[in-house]
Design a protein around this ligand. Sequence first.
Ligand SMILES: Cc1ncc(COP(=O)(O)O)c(C=O)c1O
Length: 222
Amino acid sequence: MIAQPQPEYHLSRPDITDADVAAVVAVLKSPYLALGPKLSAFEEAIASYVGRKCAVAVNSGTSGLHLAVRALGLADGDEVLTSPFSFVASANCALFERAVPRFVDIDPDTLNLDASKLEKAVTDKTRAIIPVDIFGLPCDMDAVNDVARKHGLAVIEDACEAIGATYKGKKAGSFGEVAVFAFYPNKQMTTGEGGVLVTRYRNRPQRALDEKPGALRLGRMA
Ligand SMILES: Cc1ncc(COP(=O)(O)O)c(C=O)c1O
């Protein structure tokens, strides 16, 4: 039997313009291939777009989530409530720091974590909630934040799939202590690989992230 040529279906086909190519070439020809002025400009633009005090660019959404977990000081045995219907990083980011992801079922209509089931899942070991804005649809963040406030939990918004989305007029990524966007080519915007972590704290947390787990814990860097 002669094999028929199979059609190719691309997961995504980013729209890269001549201006984008020229911007990349300008950086390649500059003295700064890393940590240059374009990076700070990018971080500032994202922070201002989302309405956050600080943005830190990272190499992937997974790294951003991992840094968020680390910066909040989540560690051995701490429980994190998250969605079972997501990319694996939403749960793995807890495991990277030996914290324990606990899954709360999703709402069959939105495919997002069902916030009405969150409170029942809280135990005396629960430290954080990682709501996921799946396929660009933000979670019910009012309900998530209510449970978080009531039980003193941190919120890490996994907005990796949701830059540009809004919830009740506020941008996805503007909720919780920390939120993370991802820029893999199947996302709304892409940097090839990449991500950015945004926080409601003014201080740039890189050093803290590298050297002081827990430095972003509520209030410590406000
Ligand atoms: C919901 C969600 N969380 C986290 C990630 C991780 O992002 P990255 O692939 O850049 O590590 C993704 C990306 O696929 C995602 O869709």
